[in-house]
Design a protein around this ligand. Structure first.
Ligand SMILES: *Cc1c(COP(=O)(O)O)cnc(C)c1O
Length: 356
């Protein structure tokens, strides 16, 4: 049986979008490939509210995270973490021999502009990384207010992970002064996993040029150079994803419309939060709760694994708490092309199974 995924990626993909993956193969050095990548880049600039250079990567989002931290850190990176995906950026830095400090918030608390100011004031750092939407804790960081702080330090490059928010929440890259903003296809964009995209500022490109090549397949400059030269990819890209992305971006921009899409996500998030507060507690601090995934504290101590088993029989799946939060919390994603009626049906099933 087909199971509806309420996990924070991969998400369910609409049938018409999925069909585009079956477009007949094209030569990756053809004019068609160039036009396809150019079209996608122009549409992503609209989605990201930016004039920056767009790159596509035939890797999941972690590929671009790793390229970014090692190609852009000259001195030392200040890695701000509010959960598992912030920690990941630190692990990438350390295992690539990049100097970095991990600056963690208390559980459920955001990265604040004050924390960033305090770090940057020391003059130790030339890179800041922030997770916009922490998928483990269901928390959204104030990337615009943090951007105002980073702007005061012209030598600092601002990297933002919007993997589980871009396409579901408004991220205005140029306004926030983000130098590298990345996302994966399998979350709010509503596509299958296997590809990721980013917008990169000229300032970040100059930094990467000054630092020089880092590896080959995941060398940021290699990918940027080819994209700038002729809208192509240094190796063979996943053209099936590109066809689907090009089509899905048209739907996002012109069929649903950006504001409607963001409003739908906000509305679905509100439904889940209201429901969760009625029965449980929310993990993230009020004012910083995610519009794409909600992390709910399992205050009743029910078995989350058991719930998922029963949900599977009814055609649904949610996520257990991430890492240390396993069984202590559970997560409900409300992202991509999720419809309200499906979300309400899921909540009803949970009420039935747990006798809420
Ligand atoms: C899923 C996720 C990632 C990892 O993305 P992959 O595409 O699986 O590599 C990174 N950051 C956040 C916030 C995520 O939700």
């Amino acid at each position: 049986m087909y199971i509806k995924l309420f996990i924070p990626g991969p998400v369910d993909v609409e049938a018409d979008v999925l069909e585009k993956m079956a477009t007949p193969q094209i030569a990756h050095r053809s004019k068609t490939a160039t036009e396809l990548q150019e079209n996608i880049s122009l549409k992503l600039q609209q989605l990201m509210y930016t004039k920056n250079t767009i790159i596509l990567s035939t890797s999941s989002g972690s590929g671009i995270m790793e390229m970014a931290i090692r190609s852009l850190t000259g001195k030392r990176a200040a890695v701000f973490s509010v959960g598992a995906f912030g920690d990941r950026w630190y692990k990438m830095a350390i295992t690539n021999g990049i100097e970095a400090d991990l600056i963690k918030s208390e559980p459920g608390m955001p990265t604040t502009p004050e924390m960033v100011e305090e770090a940057l004031k020391t003059g130790k750092y030339d890179v800041v990384t922030v997770t916009h939407n922490e998928t483990s804790s269901g928390l959204m960081n104030p990337v615009e207010a943090i951007g105002e702080v980073v702007k005061k330090y012209p030598d600092v490059i601002y990297l933002v992970d919007t993997v589980s928010s871009l396409g579901g929440a408004k991220v205005e890259v140029d306004k926030c002064g983000i130098d590298l903003c990345l996302t994966s296809t399998q979350k709010c964009l509503g596509l299958p996993p296997g590809m990721s995209v980013a917008a990169i500022s000229d300032k970040a490109i100059s930094r990467a040029e000054a630092i020089g090549p880092k590896g080959f397949y995941l060398d940021l400059m290699n990918v940027v150079k080819r994209a700038k030269k002729d809208f192509q990819y240094p190796t063979t890209p996943t053209t099936p994803h590109m066809w689907a992305l090009d089509y899905q971006l048209d739907k996002i921009l012109n069929v649903e419309g950006l504001d409607n899409r963001f409003d739908r996500h906000t509305h679905l998030a509100q439904i889940v939060r209201d429901w969760a507060i009625k029965h449980f507690e929310l993990f993230a601090l009020e004012g910083y709760r995610s519009n794409t995934v909600t992390t709910i504290i399992n205050t009743k101590g029910n078995s989350v694994a058991g719930l998922n088993k029963e949900l599977a029989e009814r055609g649904f799946m949610i996520s257990n708490g991430y890492g240390d939060l396993k069984e202590k919390a559970f997560r409900i994603a409300h992202m991509a092309d999720r419809k309200e009626e499906d979300l309400l049906a899921l909540l009803k099933e949970i009420e039935n199974i747990w006798n809420l």
